[in-house]
Design a binder for this molecule. Structure first.
Ligand code: C5P
Length: 240
């Protein structure tokens, strides 16, 4: 996992969390720090790839590397737009961003007030507002669909899954399910919760392969090491 084995490859990595606006000052967000996605971008650039890093909300500064072109996005819809322009040139897409599944149906044009007086004849409404959500597009599934339509086998597409497991299913069972549903080539599964993985420097992941190959587990280890292990799997597949 060194040298310039990714030289000439165009790698797109998404990182961080999306923010879905409620009004000009508020948003729905998530705990993604962006550290794993940024580590992948850095590792790929170190191995010679030309990297586009599409970053949402991140807790660390974006990397400063001549082969990393960082584009900032805020919402899932902005991320989708950015990806549409990058897909045709990419050899590899790694969707490490935590994309909101839902967004508020409406974005208020001015700050939502604690009390809203709709009808001056009545007392101000002291009730709490109800926020209606609508589904965001599944960008990863969309990339897989667009690739199938194009008839080309590029880009190689990697998804991430942050799973907690539940009473009936292990994290890995949920991961296998998600891999089949999304149709990507690899799914990187990690176990999350408050203080676990999100924002941390270490990670434990299992890389599941659509082709039925043996899963690869690594960690607990640094997000840099996880990145190189992931890139090893990708590089091996691309050489076949
Ligand atoms: O379905 P879930 O959110 O768990 O899937 C996670 C994977 O799907 C990640 O790779 C994430 O970047 C991607 N995703 C997406 N668009 C969404 C939700 C998730 O591309 N709306």
């Amino acid at each position: 996992a060194d040298h310039q084995d990714l030289q000439g490859l165009r790698v797109v990595v998404t990182a961080g969390g999306t923010r879905e606006a409620l009004d000009p000052v508020r948003f729905l967000g998530n705990r993604s720090s962006g550290k794993q996605g940024i580590a992948i971008a850095e590792a790929a650039a170190a191995r010679g790839a030309e990297v586009v890093l599409v970053a949402g909300a991140i807790d660390i500064p974006p990397p400063d590397h001549p082969r990393i072109d960082t584009r900032r996005i805020e919402s899932a819809l902005e991320l989708q737009d950015e990806m549409a322009g990058l897909l045709t040139d990419a050899d590899v897409v790694v969707m490490a961003a935590a994309v909101a599944d839902f967004r508020p149906r409406e974005v208020a044009t001015s700050k939502i007030k604690k009390t809203h007086q709709q009808d001056p004849a009545h007392a101000p409404d002291e009730s709490a507002p109800v926020i209606e959500l609508v589904r965001n597009p599944d960008i990863l599934a969309g990339l897989v669909r667009d690739r199938a339509r194009s008839g080309v086998d590029r880009p190689y597409i990697v998804g991430f899954a942050a799973e907690t497991g539940d009473a009936e299913h292990t994290v890995l069972e949920l991961g296998q399910d998600k891999l089949r549903r999304k149709g990507c080539d690899l799914l990187v599964v990690n176990q999350v919760g408050v203080g676990v993985t999100f924002g941390q420097d270490d990670n434990t992941v299992t890389i599941l392969r659509r082709d039925g190959g043996e899963p690869v587990t690594t960690g607990p280890t640094t997000k840099a090491h996880v990145s190189h292990t992931l890139l090893d799997v990708i590089a091996t597949d691309l050489r076949r």
